[in-house]
Design a protein around this ligand. Structure first.
Ligand code: SF4
Length: 347
């Protein structure tokens, strides 16, 4: 096993080898998000080193989370064991995965230095924040305790919330699941999201009206993306207010096919809601919804709007500037039930 990328992540190789042996697996299928695909090499080498006769399939497809297990690829090669790298189990899996599967998180190895804590404190001072809610993506959950302790040494109080779903770890959030943050809402003045990029912070900002700072462990930066947040909120409310003043005649409901992105109860709820309002709807299935696919559907049907039930980040991140309104289930509820004061996310 070599390479600095692999060395910068902690992966439980022993648990992996133990599981392969327990399951008596001779073929395995490995899936990782694009950002972690470099781990394929070291994980593959490690498996072959310990168990030379194992046959390994590596998924070349993108992966956006543990919601996104590629059943059709797995069905094709029929492995004895599926190895999902980078996430723990998705809390809303609705399709049966009839294969043994091990979720193998990859924890980024880093320690919060005094420099980054000082940067953080300088930012917190700008917002008079003394009580901070710490949340993170799975890659950095191990750093929360140390950040909390270091903040404590400077007189700050840090809170780490427990998510509603037991499969998730303390302080962990997903792009579609923020219960760890919401549970400590009344106690904190601001949130700190420990994660690379602004994806998780943007999602959280939609549902809390407190500053959401980011500590990026890769760039070693602390930022408050307030203009991105304002722009996103303004755009979403613009789309919703416009829709509220228009007559909605027909809607396209997009249904995801991946095990965690197929949401039958939610789809039924949306069908009923649209039916109650006399709105005609069409159901479309998709694995990954691209702009080209949605343009083809719109060219064929010319619908008033599209509701995406698979990943609620698609309307916000990928279709925010689409020429037709593309909204989340929560936003549909806001429009049809006329509850505009509180942003409903994700459903
Ligand atoms: S935000 Fe989307 S990609 Fe991320 S876990 Fe939720 S459904 Fe999956």
């Amino acid at each position: 096993m070599s390479g600095s990328f692999c060395e910068s992540y902690e992966v439980d190789y022993q648990a992996l080898i133990n599981t392969i042996q327990e399951k008596n697996a001779s073929t395995v299928f490995i899936q990782a998000p694009d950002g972690l695909k470099k781990l394929y090499k070291c994980i593959g080498e490690h498996i072959i080193d310990k168990l030379p006769s194992i046959k390994i399939y590596y998924s070349a497809s993108p992966s956006f989370g543990a919601c996104d297990i590629p059943l059709e690829e797995i069905e094709a090669v029929k492995p004895d064991l599926v190895i999902h790298i980078g996430h723990n189990k998705y809390p809303f899996l609705s399709r049966e995965i009839n294969y043994d599967i091990i979720y193998l998180p990859a924890y980024y190895k880093w320690k919060p230095t005094n420099d980054i804590i000082n940067m953080l404190i300088n930012e917190l001072k700008k917002y008079n924040a003394e009580k901070i809610g710490l949340v993170t993506s799975i890659q950095h959950v191990h750093s929360l305790k140390e950040i909390a302790e270091k903040l404590g040494e400077h007189g700050y109080i840090a809170y780490i919330g427990k998510p509603t779903y037991n499969v998730m770890m303390p302080g962990q959030i997903l792009g579609c699941e923020y219960s760890a943050a919401l549970k400590i809402y009344s106690k904190v003045d601001a949130y700190l999201v420990v994660a690379g990029g602004i994806f998780h912070a943007l999602g959280l900002s939609l549902i809390v009206d407190k500053p959401v700072l980011i500590l990026d462990p890769y760039r070693l930066q602390v930022t408050y993306p307030s203009s991105d947040i304002k722009r996103l909120k303004a755009k979403r409310y613009y789309i919703l207010s416009k829709l509220r003043n228009e007559v909605i005649r027909n809607v396209g409901v997009i249904i995801g096919s991946r095990p965690g992105q197929y949401r039958p109860t939610l789809i039924k709820y949306i069908e009923n809601l649209l039916g109650e309002h006399g709105i005609k709807y069409y159901l479309f299935t998709s694995t990954y919804l691209s702009r080209e696919q949605l343009i083809s559907i719109d060219n064929a049907y010319n619908l008033d709007l599209y509701v995406i039930t698979s990943c609620p980040r698609l309307p916000i991140d990928d279709f925010n500037d689409f020429y037709k309104p593309v909204i989340t289930p929560g936003e549909l509820v806001m429009i049809l039930k006329n509850i505009m004061e509180k942003y409903v996310y994700p459903w």
